[in-house]
Design a protein around this ligand. Structure first.
Ligand code: NDP
Ligand code: 8X3
Length: 253
């Protein structure tokens, strides 16, 4: 039987690339996100391009009842998740702390921290019972270093870093691996979401340098999940060659 990977936020960007790469690498895949049409298209793509088995679950990870109901639809082998990739997340807005939008703050906290917790709470007991499993949390350079106007997004990713360390301690006696992957700037839908559809502003983020692509992050995740049983990758910080810190990107003029 192929190992099973559940990937949150697989309708776009990093999650989508991880789903495709793991499907090509002999994992069966559970893909999740809110946009069901994107999940259906991804399912079709995985079926046509790989030999993997795949199921889709459409839900809003901010809503514990919705997460519960979606997870409750799984049966048989799909309940034995080997790899959980906690990827769903976003930045909303970029403003000074005294000018921030409360709705943006709620959305980031509810998705990046609480959503990650809701799905982990459902998947991890099976891992504990089987004494086997791997949880990959997608943090960020924004969870290692604060940057101007990053404030609440920074705080959510610092929380992911803290949770990753704490989960590893709680789960070590069950042989469960816990890994954090922290990318720098990756060109995905991230900036379109952050700037609420302002394409010009979003494109500016990646101007004058080669950013990471979603596939670069997916390869790091594949590396982590294919280590032998006695090896855990605790923490990986991955940056574009042109990025030296959260706020220093070298751009061609
Ligand atoms: P994208 O915007 O391309 O993808 C985000 C994914 O998260 C989508 O599939 C989206 O699905 C899902 N998502 C967002 N909100 C919810 C929700 N409420 N319920 C369920 N799913 C949700 O961004 P990235 O691929 O770049 O981001 C993936 C992760 O990587 C995030 O955690 C992000 O913080 C992190 N990251 C990104 C970096 C970057 O520069 N791009 C750098 C470092 C970390 P849908 O809209 O269909 O619900
Ligand atoms: C996304 C990278 O630096 O835009 O986590 O916050 S950054």
């Amino acid at each position: 039987m192929n190992p099973i990977a559940l990937i949150t936020g697989a309708t776009a960007g990093i999650g989508r690339a991880v789903a495709l790469l793991l499907a090509k690498s002999d994992f069966d895949i559970i893909v999740t996100g809110r946009r069901s049409e994107k999940l259906d298209a991804l399912e079709e793509e995985i079926r046509s391009r790989t030999a993997a088995d795949v199921v889709t679950l459409a839900f809003d990870i901010r809503k514990p009842d919705a997460v519960d109901a979606a997870y409750g639809k799984l049966s048989g082998k799909w309940l034995q998740v080997d790899v959980l990739v906690n990827n769903a997340g976003l930045a909303a807005g970029l403003s000074r702390i005294h000018e921030g939008d409360l709705e943006d703050w709620e959305q980031m906290i509810d998705t990046n921290i609480k959503g990650l917790l809701y799905i982990t709470r459902l998947v991890s007991p099976g891992m504990v019972e089987r004494k086997k499993g791997h949880i990959i949390n997608i943090g960020s350079i924004a969870g290692k270093e604060a940057y101007e106007n990053g404030n609440v997004y920074n705080a959510t990713k610092f929380a992911v870093d803290g949770l990753t360390r704490a989960m590893r301690i709680d789960l070590v006696e069950y042989g469960i691996k816990v890994t954090a992957i922290h990318p720098g700037a990756v060109e995905t839908e991230f900036s379109m979401v952050r700037f609420k559809g302002d394409r010009k502003r979003a494109e500016k983020v990646y101007e004058g340098f080669t950013p990471l692509y979603a596939e670069d992050v997916a390869e790091a995740i594949l590396f982590a999940v294919t280590r032998p049983p006695h090896v855990n990758i605790d923490d990986m910080l991955i940056m574009s060659t042109a990025q030296a810190s959260a706020s220093r990107i070298h751009r061609n003029k």
